[in-house]
Ligand binder design. Sequence first.
Ligand code: ZN
Length: 586
Amino acid sequence: MDSQVEEIKQKIDIVSLINEYVALKKSGRNYKAVCPFHSEKTPSFMVSPELGIFKCFGCGKAGDIFAFIKEIEKVEFGEALKILAKKAGIILKEFKPREDQKQIDDLFKMNSIACSFYQKLLNETAGKKALSYLKARGVTAHSIDEFSLGYSERDGNRLLSYLKKEGFNDSLIEKAGLAIYSEDRGEFFDRFRGRIMFPIKDLQGKVVGFTGRILGDGEPKYLNSPDSLIFHKSQILYGLDLAKNFVKKEGFAILVEGNLDLISSWQVGVKNITAPLGTSMAEGQVRFLKKITDSVLISFDADLAGDVAVRRGIELAEKEGLSVKVIKLKYGKDPDECIKKNPLLWKKSVAEATPIYDYYIESAVQKYGKDSGEAKKRIGEEVLPQLAKISDSLMKAHYLQKLASTLGFSEEVVSAALKKYLSKDLRIVEPALQVNSSLLKTNQVELVEKYLLSLILQGEFIPENLKKEFFKDKDLQEIFSLALEFKHENKNFVLKRFPSKIPPELKETFDQLILTEVGEIVEDEIKLKKEVGLCLKRLIELSIRSKLKILSSQIKEAEGKQEVERLEELKNKFRSLSGRLVSLNL
Ligand SMILES: [Zn+2]
């Protein structure tokens, strides 16, 4: 199998592969892009075609084509292997399952058993109160069945002992998030107790975890399974296994806050609906949804305009290219209330959902009014930062126009305010930059050394007269001397063939050097040589300056002790070093 992995690596060009997901731009020998794995404005995601690797200098994600596919498609290695083999046109020999495949199978099995167990309990005496609560909330027997709702008993470890009888051990049950260990009692017991159980299923309908809603009083009101090998809370949405076909059919998904809102809506026939597990959307959840639709309508209980978490969810959704609209309820504080009043009101609310930017403007006007100067100022402060984020220029113009006419200003006034906001916004970033530059000072030698070695390697220009001792950092020293050796053995330094010489412990440092952005400079020999020269000078300068610093404190000391001879000697050294500094001609 290893040889097949290598074969796939040979056949697939990492640049064209990644280009299918993000637009890569050439930068020197490498390519760069805005990182697909974290939110950023300036690109720090680098790809090296020669080494077949990528690295994001922002979030640290790095690796080869397999790592990239695993990360971007959210799949395990086996799946990534299949995807890439298909692209490469290679038929895989039998694929040995991963070590933890057995554990994954066990977790699925346990969750499925637990689900049936909770379902059964709901219909026994123990679940009587839970069942009547659900009925009082208007959940029909059919829905209870369809959503596999259940109940977990208030005290004890009934599920735990049941699972043990089925042959699972404590530690595995804990891993599934179904049991927890009590230090006090020195034993395991059921994690979910006295809760209405909502099983969370993947798109194939397999149970991966649970949300338990407390029956009666108690904290927390909602409890989710902890993350496990098969459950990642931030990457899954409740109910989408059932809703997915309806979402595809309608062309959009409705996002509500609570599981009961969802079931309520489902019961009145609005079935293209899902819920995040908690109030705000996570990046992984947006991607999960993106697999099915490009359009989302959001209905949250909270006052959207004031809720940072909800706004962040919206921003994430937009960043992923989803079109976002907001549902304003025609009645009540949540969809469930609205539906109880009249299902038609809910359907109407959905049909009349407002595009998100219209919503921002309208909700700000509602909040502040728009007659006084003060109100207009506050509306501007609230809405402009949102409009500033619109990347499409026509759309941005449209909303600037709308804001202007809402406030009774000319468009120029609003555009000028936006510009002012943007420049202010930049000023806020500045202190952070200052912190960085002071950091730069303390590590300057290391930084210049790394930059120099990046230039040398990427430019395939190894200066003969440079001694490896020139590098203070031992790892850099080692990599440089390996490069020099390679050049002597092969007459030429060829980056593409060099990586095999790098021992494993230096690999990370080496990859980083190759992926560091040095730009076009490496393609122009004259510029490259000049830049290398400047780096060398800079390093000499830094070394002299640090010696001068030591000398000047020694001089002070000698002055204090009135050591005349030593003082003279130190001053001479100081003068000669200063002279060298001047002669560097910086
Ligand atoms: Zn990143």
